[in-house]
Design a protein around this ligand. Structure first.
Ligand code: MN
Length: 201
């Protein structure tokens, strides 16, 4: 059973003015579609065809670079679309809000760490908020790696991710990655992040 490109859960222009419609259209319809198609091609005819993406990522060190790059790209973008939304932003409350305060000291301290992880990731990659045995931690990964991969430096369940590949922001922001990062907080769907936090082991 092949992996399918998930539908974008809102219109291309739903995240404007923070993320422009053209970027969303290309990012979803070309980049995410490409990772999905290339993942399917890479696993075709292997026993990975019957595995979940989580299982594939958990054993990624045993698989090819094509599966690592495209399996990561498939999963990461699916998470990315869902943790954003129109009418996003604000601050999380409830158990997630309490966990952020407990792990980082305050919401602003979390933002500072997450923004720094996103800004200092050299080249292409992702910034993550991860739930693991230590609580909540911030990290970043190169390329399309993520904390679900067995070879990740920081392992755990990603509950929030920010794509800092240039394809995610260059049309609108050019080289101004810090502006893209600071505007990301305006589109975070904290309800979705909270439900991922609750579901994470
Ligand atoms: Mn991307």
């Amino acid at each position: 059973m092949a992996f399918k490109l998930p539908d974008l859960p809102y219109a291309f222009n739903a995240l404007e003015p923070y993320i422009d419609a053209r970027t969303m259209e290309i990012h979803h319809g070309k980049h995410h579609a490409g990772y999905t198609n290339n993942l399917n091609a890479a696993i075709e005819g292997t026993d990975l065809e019957n595995k979940s993406i989580i299982e594939i990522l958990a054993n990624i060190s045993k698989h090819s670079t094509a599966i690592r790059n495209n399996g990561g790209g498939y999963y990461n973008h699916d998470l990315f679309w869902k943790v954003m939304g129109p009418n996003g932003g604000g601050t999380p409350d409830g158990a997630l809000g309490a966990a952020i305060t407990s792990s980082f000291g305050s919401f602003d301290a979390f933002k500072e760490q997450f923004s720094k992880a996103a800004a200092t990731r050299f080249g292409s990659g992702w910034a993550w908020l991860v739930k693991n045995e230590k609580g909540l931690v911030v990290c970043s990964t190169a390329n399309q790696d993520n904390p679900l991969m067995d070879l990740a430096d920081v392992k755990g369940t990603p509950i929030l991710g920010l794509d800092v590949w240039e394809h995610a922001y260059y049309l609108h922001y050019q080289n101004r990655r810090p502006d893209y990062i600071s505007n990301f907080y305006e589109v975070i769907n904290w309800k979705e992040v909270a439900s991922r936090f609750a579901a994470a082991k």
